[in-house]
Design a protein around this ligand. Structure first.
Ligand SMILES: Cc1ncc(COP(=O)(O)O)c(C=O)c1O
Length: 451
């Protein structure tokens, strides 16, 4: 997210002009801080399947997939045709359509543990509402979140997220709640307690000390914003048991993992029954569909005791996209294809790096994985700082020049969609990785001998 990609070697004339035009009206020239890359900001023309084209006509194999939502491929005809057909009946009524009912039925069916759910427009709203319901249900105010985990851009989520300098998170024994950016009231930030992922002993100590004030713990089942760092074996089970012991609700933030790791998301993948879950991204193949849901007795706080609304919540476009996408995920082997494709890419990458004998770890799930240059298996966000992320960043920048687009930041995983299985895309990704890896090593050797 933070570093700017190297773009020399690509034709970027039109994009540069667009950047200067856009920067007059949109702060940073983009509609999200995460896409504002200065003069290297990318302006997209179109996407189809696993490929995207920028407005200068450069073509890339997309490994960002919009930060994860595009699970089937860009411009998927099955989803788009259905959405088009449904949207002609009208989009926004602030009345309820059958598509909304159907999409939440599918969410409950696929997860297997969610009894009731409500649609939102973004993952941000989903986590915000899940936190509120948890507070209302338990009558407690504090929420525990893990360092390095991202739950969106509302005030309660922006604590101890992704500092480039991990020292800002405070002493490892005594982490501080670090607000990301100005404008977050201290009183709000104080209700969020930062914890360290994969460290069950510290969590127990925290619950013993403050459990009576803690409504919920919200967790990305894997560290989706640190290359998908996985839980240690038994971590989720231990956390589940601990939350039950202290009457604290467990919120699985499945915005990235939902309908991706398995049909029932990370909860199914890790064999956990949380109390609440949040979903977005893969449930709509890129359309703005999102939801929060959970156990019936908690969700029944709505509508009478807890506020939730939204003019666009459950709008036709999002609901129809969710219906079709979730049906495809349920009825076709899309997720199996994605997994197998991710495994093929990983195998190719392993071969390339093994040949050079460098230490590395492939983190995450085949559908959403990262490459970290380190000997130690990473277990929390702080470990990212000890990886050779400069090497990764150089490779990512090189890949972009060669026609594949991972995020130019070593914390964001690669996302695999169903369409990556088409043609020779896997081989091309691996050979682009190999060329970029070798070029980065050569540049480093050159710099070392020159310096
Ligand atoms: C785990 C997680 N939760 C919440 C969000 C916020 O979702 P949105 O960007 O739709 O607001 C994201 C977005 O990347 C996410 O990865």
């Amino acid at each position: 997210m933070a570093p700017q990609p190297v773009t020399s070697g690509l034709n970027r004339e039109t994009q540069l002009a667009m950047y200067h035009r856009a920067a007059k009206t949109l702060p940073g020239g983009a509609n999200s801080n995460f896409r504002a890359w200065g003069e290297a900001t990318i302006y997209v023309d179109r996407g189809k399947g696993a490929r995207v084209w920028d407005i200068d006509g450069n073509e890339f194999i997309d490994l960002r997939m919009g930060y994860g939502p595009v699970i089937l491929g860009h411009g998927d005809d099955r989803v788009d045709d259905y959405v088009n057909e449904r949207m002609r009946r009208g989009v926004s009524f602030s009345l309820t359509s059958e598509d909304e009912v159907r999409s939440m039925e599918l969410l409950c069916e696929l997860t297997g543990w969610v009894d009731m759910a409500r649609m939102t427009v973004s993952g941000t709203e989903a986590t915000m509402h899940a936190m509120r319901v948890a507070r209302a249900f338990t009558g407690r105010d504090k929420i525990v979140k893990f360092e390095g985990q991202y739950h969106g851009v509302h005030d309660y989520a922006l604590i101890s997220v992704l500092p480039s300098n991990v020292a800002d998170l405070g002493d490892a024994e005594n982490p501080v709640g670090l607000a990301w950016g100005r404008g977050i009231p201290a009183q709000v930030a104080d209700t969020i307690i930062p914890a360290r992922y994969n460290n069950i002993e510290r969590l127990r100590a925290l619950f013993e000390r403050q459990g009576h004030e803690i409504a919920a713990i919200i967790v990305e089942p894997v560290l989706g914003n640190a290359q998908g760092i996985m839980p240690k074996p038994g971590f989720h089970q231990a956390m589940r048991a601990l939350t039950e012991e202290f009457g604290i609700l467990l919120i699985f933030d499945e915005v990235k993992t939902g309908f991706r790791f398995a049909r029932g998301g990370a909860a199914e993948f890790f064999g956990i029954r949380p109390d609440l879950g949040t979903y977005a991204k893969a449930m709509g193949n890129g359309y703005p569909a999102a939801a929060f849901g959970g156990r019936r007795e908690i969700m029944e706080m709505l509508p009478s005791k807890v506020s939730h609304g939204g003019t666009y919540a459950g709008n036709r476009v999002a609901a129809a996209a969710a219906v079709k996408t979730l049906e495809i995920i349920r009825d076709t082997p899309a997720l199996e294809t994605i997994r197998a494709t991710g495994e093929r890419i990983q195998a190719g990458i392993r071969q390339v790096i093994d040949a050079k004998g460098l230490a590395y770890q492939i983190t995450g799930h085949p559908s959403m994985f990262g490459i970290m240059f380190t000997e130690q298996v990473p277990s929390e966000y702080r470990d990212w700082a000890n990886t050779d992320h400069e090497l990764y960043d150089a490779i990512a920048a090189g890949m972009q020049i060669r026609g594949a687009m991972p995020e130019p930041d070593s914390r964001e995983p690669w996302f695999v969609c169903e369409a990556h299985a088409q043609g020779d895309l896997v081989d091309r990704v691996v050979s682009i990785f190999a060329e970029s890896f070798h070029a980065a090593l050569e540049a480093r050797a050159h710099a070392a001998s020159a310096g």
